[in-house]
Design a protein around this ligand. Structure first.
Ligand SMILES: Cc1cc2nc3c(=O)[nH]c(=O)nc-3n(C[C@H](O)[C@H](O)[C@H](O)COP(=O)(O)OP(=O)(O)OC[C@H]3O[C@@H](n4cnc5c(N)ncnc54)[C@H](O)[C@@H]3O)c2cc1C
Length: 299
């Protein structure tokens, strides 16, 4: 059954960025619907760090507290569902969800995050966010001075290794096949005592997401505690692009200083718009979007 409902704002994505936007809008007495499919990017990570007042909390706890606080504002409603279609109408936007309902709003906020496309190495996805890490500022302190690897090559492999060297002296760059490093890059790595291993990786042997060792195609192994990698990504939600929102060459939604995308009335915040991938930044951008959308709604 199709159920047409009108609200001021629909926020698609109810994790940190979306909840922060909802709090600003709820406190501004705006009618808001948050539609969330419950798959934040950090869901496999046991503990989250570097977000003031919540350092060491589980990601789910941080969201649960935020959701509880947002739910206190009576003009905010939640829908656990997947937004499957978005259409621009004469007065705003129409959003359809997987369960079959559709809803109308004057403004849209996409707080939908990104989806990591992990390297196709056996065992790696089991370790994602636990011992295969994307960010030393989030997780580096916990594995400081541990036996650590960087999975990468070329400029990125060099720069990421030099960054991670801040947290550990026991560091190896694994290129998973012949490296594309220049002689100068090998020399810079050598200067910092970072060996390069160019063997192809067969699998990561792990227990409950904690790496024990790498197994190479030639059958040899290397013990390891943590492995950093930057995975390529795609937008978690295709609807902004369907509406015509432009992206950067890297794949982030383009926004102005108010978090508005290139389509008027459509805003975006959080990981889907930025490389600076932290909860603090997602919350900051969500708050900015909530304030900007409030100002853009005519009373
Ligand atoms: C493994 C890992 C560990 C991390 N650890 C830390 C850490 O320790 N500290 C830190 O500060 N940061 C950490 N981060 C970064 C942090 O998790 C992100 O910056 C943050 O989650 C971004 O919030 P967001 O709201 O933009 O997106 P997300 O948290 O990814 O949430 C997006 C939400 O949108 C929903 N959604 C998407 N499409 C739709 C749709 N079509 N319909 C309905 N809902 C939809 C999803 O289900 C999800 O709930 C980590 C990231 C990863 C990947």
């Amino acid at each position: 059954m199709i159920n047409e409902k009108q609200t001021d704002v629909i926020i698609i994505g109810g994790s940190y960025a979306g909840l922060a936007a909802a709090m600003a809008l709820g406190r501004a007495l705006k009618n808001v619907m948050i539609i969330d499919s419950g798959l934040p990017c950090n869901r496999q990570t046991p503990y989250s760090h570097n977000f003031l007042t919540q350092d060491g909390q589980t990601p789910a706890n941080i969201s649960a507290i935020a959701r509880q606080q947002v739910a206190q504002y009576p003009t905010v409603q939640f829908l656990n569902d997947l937004a499957t279609d978005a259409v621009q109408t004469g007065t705003g936007f129409n959003i359809r969800v997987a369960s079959g309902d559709s809803f109308q709003a004057h403004k849209l906020i996409f707080a939908t995050g990104i989806r990591d496309i992990l390297p196709d190495i056996n065992g790696l996805s089991d370790c994602w966010g636990i011992s295969v890490l994307h960010c030393p500022f989030c997780h580096g302190y916990e594995v400081r001075e541990a036996k650590t690897g960087v999975l990468g090559d070329g400029d990125y492999g060099l720069e990421f290794s030099r960054l991670i060297r801040n947290w550990t002296t026991d560091l190896t760059l694994f290129t998973n096949g012949s490296a594309t490093l220049t002689p100068e890059q090998y020399a810079l790595l050598q200067q910092q005592h970072i060996p390069v291993v160019e063997k192809r990786i067969r699998e990561l042997v792990q227990e409950n997401g904690y790496i024990r060792h790498i197994v190479f195609e030639d059958g040899t192994t290397a013990p390891l505690t943590a492995l950093y990698t930057h995975a390529p990504f795609e937008q978690h939600c295709p609807l902004p692009e369907k509406l015509g929102c432009a992206c950067t060459t890297e794949g982030y939604l383009i926004t102005d200083h108010t978090q508005q995308t290139t389509i008027p009335g459509v805003f975006a915040c959080g990981d889907n718009t930025t490389r600076l991938r932290t909860i603090a930044n997602a919350v900051s951008m969500g708050t900015a979007a909530g304030i900007a959308v409030t100002k853009s709604i005519k009373n």
